[in-house]
Design a protein around this ligand. Structure first.
Ligand code: ADP
Length: 266
């Protein structure tokens, strides 16, 4: 069996082949010892590990494991996933919305990190918890999908009231920028969580679209576990990316890119 593992800040992603088929699993980082036990009990396997917590995982393994730089593993994994889907292009941008967000340009078969932002999936969970007390990721995204950002976010058209704005009036002028002191009947959890997802989605897509100017492509491949079962984040990122003139792509199993790349390297 060959096994690729991406041990990240929040989740451990595993890709492995069994009877010629690729399987994917994910675990919270708190279960790193259980993942190591699973690997230690495999007979006749090769392992390649990547991600920020790969050192911790390797220290728990009984057998030596190959290690791979995260960005290279992700690049390789994205390439494999896009190839499978028949959508591989010569040049594209990869925005990995993990705990934090990292942006890469892929061209001439090389990857270059263009930058990133600390606003990512960690912000989504952390800020949501601080504002509403909700802790579980699935509950956050479910409640957010039922909320509206209209009373919290200030749009360009709200500022330009009776005038034609010089940019799209639909763009957000200020996340959480409405006159919140004037809301007398309280703000719901659903509204707050929708606004947090709006903030995260608009930040990562805005930074990505700007970074795309440094890459000879306007295709942005969005990956990372922050998109798992999170249609609202996908929707915000899709509409903002298109509004700013780029093309968003969300490959199936994109959150397993690092693990897939590590597995492919073996
Ligand atoms: P990392 O490699 O840094 O762990 P991921 O790509 O795995 O990053 O993304 C982590 C983010 O995915 C979390 O911050 C959270 O927003 C989201 N997420 C998706 N599913 C879960 C889950 N079951 N538990 C916690 N966070 C989750």
């Amino acid at each position: 069996m060959i096994v690729g593992i991406d041990a990240g800040g929040t989740l451990i992603k595993v890709a492995y082949t069994k009877k010629g088929e690729v399987h994917f699993e994910k675990y919270p980082i708190a279960e790193i010892e259980q993942v190591a036990d699973w690997v230690n009990n495999l007979v006749d396997c090769k392992v390649c590990v990547t991600g920020g917590r790969s050192g911790v995982l390797v220290s728990l393994l009984d057998q030596p494991a190959q290690e791979m730089v995260e960005f290279e593993a992700t690049h390789l994994g994205v390439q494999v996933l896009l190839e499978k889907a028949g959508t591989l292009e010569d040049a594209y941008l990869v925005t990995n919305v993990g705990t934090g967000t990292s942006i890469h340009c892929i061209q001439d078969n090389m990857q270059e990190r263009l930058g990133g932002t600390g606003v990512g999936g960690g912000t989504l969970v952390g800020l949501s918890h601080l504002l509403t007390g909700v802790t579980r990721y699935d509950e956050i995204v479910e409640l957010a999908s039922r909320g509206s950002r209209d009373r919290l976010d200030l749009k360009v058209k709200d500022i330009y009231e009776d005038k034609e704005p010089p940019i799209s009036g639909e763009l957000t002028a200020s996340n959480f920028g409405q006159n919140l002191f004037a809301i007398s009947d309280g703000v719901t959890k659903e509204e707050l969580l929708a606004a947090v997802i709006g903030l995260v989605g608009e930040t990562v897509s805005t930074v990505s679209v700007q970074a795309a100017r440094q890459c000879r492509s306007s295709t942005i491949v969005y990956i990372g576990s922050s998109f798992i079962d999170n249609p609202l984040l996908k929707e915000v990122v899709t509409s903002y990316t298109i509004l700013r003139g780029s093309i968003p792509v969300f490959p199936d199993n994109g959150e397993f890119s690092g693990a897939m790349g590590a597995m492919t390297a073996l």
